[in-house]
Design a protein around this ligand. Structure first.
Ligand code: SF4
Length: 428
């Protein structure tokens, strides 16, 4: 079956999931390539800033071999129109030179082609007005405070490594440490620990120059800290950045933190002292056995039971709708321990959705991308049907518990959603 037929067939089988969401999930799982002219012709787009992980299906070296132009690819692409009259839909770019999805220049128009046939028109993530503003340290804003989600979100990975080291600790799907190494090896500016002064200066410039207030939220994150970093444990390390941001800018942005699942008293400090209003204690995968296999560091340093308990208790601090733990959609199918049947994989994940959503907590998901330097890097992506069934079930579970769309993600819905690493906001 061609991918075109597969998309048609899944669309008939799961009528509550729009074609746009199916295509978005397919591009996220398989990645996308770009012809040289498609990147040369378009002026003024924001390139990939490698804001935390590589999110590519090839290493930087492989990309360079496939064509240096790929290293200038945009952060996000918005597709629309075509024979299916698709509504505007944004996806995060995961480079894969041989993907069936290719952005090409066809009759002078930027076009997303699938298996060589035009699928839709495309636009690239525009350059924000503040991106060229210089910082006094000489660093670029794109390096210190890159934006995502079509400009909605400022993403501060203040620590670009993780102290879960090696196969016995690192989450098996994650390439944060390897990505850091490959960026450094390629001679790119890539700051391991960001300086608070740089961040405040970058945010000051953004505040001044983003007159349309496109940026609405700030995510503060980085790898786990099991020992000390700059003389602090994980909570104090991240809290100091949060404090500095909220003291200087108050409520200008919704402040979100993607950090460890902390005990309730520590969550209280994040909220009271740091001004964090949305908390993302990512649980990655629901199935208990897979959690142990895929997140050995989280298991060793916190433990699954504690992790889930802490998520639930944190809702007493932030309010349930402001606790939004992430799972990596599709990683339940990683072999040799994962599910082989996509429906069973989703059914397992729905147990977790039920558990959290029944308490008013709305998990979200990102799309597993087998990054080559992660421990699962030699695996196939999860099948497309997994994602389509997941979106259907996600939507149904949200409806069953009458949950509102999550705060801090912009507008939900087809043609409006900006969250680019899965289609969960597009289907709400
Ligand atoms: S906690 Fe896991 S997912 Fe997060 S940075 Fe560390 S290894 Fe990666």
């Amino acid at each position: 079956m061609s991918r075109w037929d597969q998309i048609e067939s899944l669309s008939e089988q799961y009528p509550s999931v729009p074609k746009e969401a199916i295509i978005k999930q397919d591009v996220l799982r398989l990645g996308v390539g770009f012809s040289k002219d498609s990147l040369l012709v378009a002026a003024g787009f924001k390139p990939k800033d490698y804001f935390i992980f590589s999110f590519d299906l090839a290493t930087l070296e492989e990309l360079e071999e496939a064509g240096e132009h790929l290293l200038t690819a945009p952060e996000e692409v918005r597709f629309s129109g075509g024979t299916w009259a698709l509504k505007p839909t944004i996806f995060n770019v995961r480079l894969a030179p041989k993907s069936p999805y290719q952005v090409e220049l066809i009759q002078g128009k930027l076009t997303l082609a699938l298996e060589g046939k035009p699928l839709s028109e495309v636009e690239y993530h525009p350059v924000p007005p503040f991106y060229q503003a210089p910082l006094s340290s000489g660093k670029k804003i794109s390096e210190i405070a890159p934006v995502l989600e079509w400009g909605y979100l400022i993403y501060l990975t203040v620590y670009r490594l993780c102290q879960y080291w090696g196969k016995e600790e690192e989450c098996q799907f994650c390439d944060i440490n390897e990505n850091y190494r490959q960026q450094k090896k390629a001679g790119r500016e890539y700051t391991g620990i960001k300086n608070s002064a740089d961040i405040l200066e970058a945010l000051q410039l953004i505040n001044q120059l983003d007159q349309a207030q496109v940026t609405q939220a700030v995510t503060l994150t980085g790898g786990s800290i099991t020992g000390q970093l700059s003389g602090k444990g994980e909570l104090d390390f991240y809290l100091d950045y949060a404090k500095a941001i909220s003291e200087r800018f108050g409520q200008r942005w919704i402040l979100k933190a993607v950090v460890e699942a902390f005990e309730k008293k520590d969550c209280q400090r994040l909220k009271d002292e740091g001004g964090v209003s949305i908390y993302h204690p990512n649980y990655e995968v629901w199935d208990p056995e897979l959690f142990v296999r895929l997140c050995p560091g989280k298991e060793r340093f916190v433990g699954r039971e504690n992790w889930m308990r802490r998520i639930v208790e944190s809702a007493e601090v932030f309010g349930p709708s402001r606790v939004i733990p992430n799972f990596v959609g599709g990683v339940e199918m990683a072999q040799p321990y994962g599910f082989t049947d996509p429906k069973k994989a989703v059914d397992s994940t729905v147990l977790g959705l039920d558990f959290f959503m029944s308490k008013g907590i709305m998990p979200r998901f990102t799309t597993w991308c087998p990054e080559p330097t992660s421990f699962l890097g030699n695996q196939q992506a999860a099948p497309l049907e997994y994602y389509v069934y997941l979106l259907e079930q996600f939507k149904e579970t949200v409806a069953r518990y009458h949950l509102p769309p999550p705060p801090g993600y912009g507008e939900p819905g087809l043609g409006k959603a900006v969250f680019s690493v899965s289609a969960f906001m597009d289907v709400l």
